[in-house]
Ligand binder design. Sequence first.
Ligand code: F6P
Length: 531
Amino acid sequence: MSNARSVPAHLASLADSLRNSTLRGLFASDVQRAAALSRTVRLGDAELLADFSKQHITAEVVEALVAQARAVGVESLRDDMVAGRPVNFTEGRAVTHMAMRAVGNVTAPDFLRAEAKQHDDLLRSAVESIPSGITHVVNIGIGGSDLGPALVCDALASMRIRVRDVRFVSNIDPVDLDRALEGLHPAHTVFVVCSKSFGTSETLANARRAIAWLAAGKIARPQDHVVAVTAQPERVVTSGIPARHVLTMSESVGGRYSVSSSVSVVVALAFGYDALGDVRDGMRLMDEHFVQAPANENIAMLLGLVWWWNCSAMGYPSVAVVPYSRVLALLPSYLQQLIMESNGKSVGRDGSPVPVSSPIVWGGLGTNAQHAFFQLLHQGTHVVPCDFVGHSTPLGSSSEDHDTLVANMFAQAEALAVGVSIDEVEGDVALRAHRATPGNRPSTTLLFSALTPRALGALIALYEHATFVQGAMWNVNSFDQWGVELGKKLANQVSAEMGRATMDMKGTLPTEHDSSTAQLMRQHRAWRSGR
Ligand code: F6P
């Protein structure tokens, strides 16, 4: 990998030329544009059409991006990851999430697949050991121990028969667990305490309250109603959770890349082990595409390169992810962690400053987003590339309404691309400037033939690999997250100080904080004590 770098001159020059063109003009000058800048791939029981043609790119740009990726070593870094070499160099770890769904050794070597199978065997036996009377499962976890499983469960709810009701608790805010417990009975409830580190304060606090709730519900051995998932099983021993309920995962599976690991035991508890298996199988199919497809045909490679191009070359600082499918409502939140925790870095692999890295990832559910932030997308001063995600086969009970949903997705992408000029807009001449939209706003459309569990898995793996590609282009380590450590340390310190001060009401708050934090702590203490 070469050192951190700004945009090479030839790519910057191509970007300048694209800035001086319009999507309208690019489509008008090449009737084959859509076909030339779209790729398809079959993924088991579904197909994917990735349409990049509404992006500010041309075939020449794609060729240059692929060449740049090769030049900076994206493919060789990918091969290092697949082989199990320590690409997460700041933590001295391999990056092995693909091993959890590998069948052959195309995407993971035998020794990694063997370790993954050991973890999966524990998962299967834990699922089988849960008593039949358990009707509800509550997953307690945060970040990658919540977002991926929650996305998968929310999607599967419209694809598979639920075996148990499933709820998710992540926040330290007591309302989160309170609401999750509403209507539940301890005798019929099992908790999954999901924490790779088994050191996350929110999760441990919620776990303590959940076990207390079980005990208050006259459960003789509350820990028998708990399944733990962690890479640190030795930290669970003292908890009293039975060994057969302690599932493991590898330290080399990053939290935000862990949805195919034992972190998703909640998926198996809620929908059956086979449902998790189907999602993993879709992930494997996308893994094989990412590892085997030539770069110019590689949808994960191209998606990652387009994200890099928009952020670094075109200068667009954010991306909106807009799924037009209610079952994918959690996709933007999931991708926020996956992409921004992976690539929100400012130091390159060689230690030098990185000029530009991850875009700000945000978004919302279509068509709701059309009634929320699409005004800015169409007429705002910021150009925000969009990723639209949809599927042709309905999941709901009205095919007609599903077609309307998909039509809205197509229409919004077109409106963003073509706009309506002052000359074209109708009505009062004085108002035309207010009613025109500039268009020329880029988007990618990912259209699945059907959103099956495999397609869902493939979609998740697609973004895992696109995240890898953009991170490699920015030359950052996409697999550590040192940036969150200070906040965690200060939170524990402030919490402890406030706890002491609040409890004794007399303790003077420490003064080593900045005056704003000290002021906020004082005011909170006053209001908490009713003054
Ligand atoms: O946000 C920091 C982080 O470490 C994430 O990477 C991780 O997914 C989350 O916290 C939860 O960590 P754990 O699974 O160890 O509780």
